[in-house]
Design a protein around this ligand. Structure first.
Ligand code: NIG
Ligand code: FE
Length: 413
């Protein structure tokens, strides 16, 4: 079996530890090996240690990568993206600079609806071509797994089209994708006067078909004023659970609608955004063991100053996750290093906590912590090499890509 050895990393950031999400002080434990190395075969890590030990295990056939002067991390796991859509939202972007808000733009028919029209008009192949290019953006920023949501189709056929594109990206590019159904992203124009009708379409036609075709692992919803309220969310997500889907939820992004508490009540796997969540919501999440997915890119892009209270969540023992929320409206970034920067400068997370939130905790939130999120024996050889010598530099040099090389299952991607 061809083997691969990575030698002499200034810091091999392994994230070694229990095969589950990390809480409290555990987020600060990166399992760094100075002059670190590992050996991989068959796409998996077989040995991890000091370079002097691993060197001895190399044979004549072993491909050796010298990472001198560099740090090496497991591939980032981005647990919240809207990867597949057509068009862009440059007009919204410019309108916000003139002072219009995200909500005002949505009310006059811009926002998500613009992207829905463009996505419906695009063919499956066109959407795939766009998503393939974006998959490369993720890889070039060190991300090797991305959760990806539908939600810009909002008809049965268009939602299926997006989910098939998500699956194809996972099969035909090196980026692993984890599919989430987000039919409850917004009420489509044609159902503006018949909200109950759209909810019935989701429950009676979309969910059964998507579950039958195994096109999604998770079901998500945008629980927000003018979108889906707590009652709508309870109905839709209860039906989703009956179809065997696990839950992720957009909650308390623009207003505090009690979404965090609903996530706790429904036993969601994650509650995402949480910018407006107060102390009672945080303790409800803690009691129910739900992972918060924090999305600072959307706070930044919308020009808000209100970042989620990561410190309170960490102190409450929550297994915090960081993600990009990659989407055309509120977070057009595929860069996890950028999210690390926001986490440290705007959310008072330490660089180590941010890295744990972007790797092993994210992997746990996607039910994949046995395979990805750390560099340990038996896990996939998904990793990236960065041109710097201290892991804190990843969050420090913002807007500059230090990525030298990225590998998926032991192969250069
Ligand atoms: O997570 N909040 C809803 N969904 C996205 C934004 C989608 C869009 O504006 O296109 C988000 O921020
Ligand atoms: Fe989102």
């Amino acid at each position: 079996m061809p083997s691969l050895a990575l030698l002499h990393a200034s810091q091999l950031v392994t994230l070694a530890g229990p095969s589950r999400a990390r809480h409290g002080k555990e987020l600060s434990e990166l399992g760094i090996i100075p002059d670190g190395a590992f050996l991989a075969a068959g796409g998996k890590v077989t040995h991890v240690g000091k370079s002097t030990e691993i060197e001895k295990l190399c044979g004549r056939e072993t491909e050796v990568i010298d990472a001198r002067g560099c740090i090496v991390l497991p591939g980032f796991v981005d647990a919240h993206t809207h990867l597949v859509f057509a068009g862009n939202r440059l007009d919204d972007f410019e309108a916000r600079a003139r002072g219009e808000t995200y909500e005002q733009i949505a009310k006059r028919g811009g926002g998500i609806q613009t992207t829905v029209q463009a996505t419906r008009a695009a063919s499956e192949d066109e959407l795939y071509a766009l998503a393939e290019e974006r998959a490369n953006w993720f890889l070039r920023n060190g991300t090797t797994t991305a959760e990806a949501k539908s939600g810009y189709g909002l008809t049965l056929e268009d939602e299926l089209k997006i989910l098939r594109v998500i699956r194809r990206v996972g099969m035909e590019t090196p980026l692993e994708t984890v599919p989430t159904f987000l039919g409850a992203h917004a009420f489509p124009r044609e159902f503006r006067e018949d909200r109950v009708g759209y909810i019935s379409l989701i429950i009676e036609e979309m969910l059964p078909r998507i579950a039958r075709e195994r096109l999604a692992e998770y079901c998500d919803i945008f629980c927000e004023r003018d979108y889906f309220d707590v009652e709508d969310a309870r109905r839709i997500l209860t039906a989703a659970k009956q179809h065997g889907l696990k839950l992720r939820m957009h909650v308390d992004q623009l207003t505090n609608s009690g979404g965090a508490k609903l996530a706790a009540e429904l036993g969601a796997i994650t509650a995402d955004h949480l910018e407006q969540t107060a102390a009672d919501g945080i303790s409800a999440l803690a009691k129910a063991g739900i992972q918060p997915v924090l999305l600072p890119g959307s706070v930044y892009t919308l020009g808000s100053k209100r970042y989620p209270d990561a410190r309170a969540m960490l102190d409450a023992g929550l297994a915090v996750v960081l993600a990009t929320d990659f989407n055309p409206g509120s977070s057009p970034s595929a860069s996890m290093p950028m999210m690390l920067s926001f986490a440290v400068t705007q959310m008072q997370m330490s660089p180590a906590e941010a890295i744990t939130a972007a790797t092993v905790n994210a992997a746990a939130s996607l039910n994949r912590v046995d395979k990805i999120g750390s560099l340990e024996v038996g896990k996939l050889a998904n990793f990236a090499i960065y041109d710097c010598e201290d892991y804190r530099e990843l969050a420090y040099w913002f807007g500059i890509s230090l990525m030298r090389d990225v590998f998926v299952r032991g192969e250069r991607a």
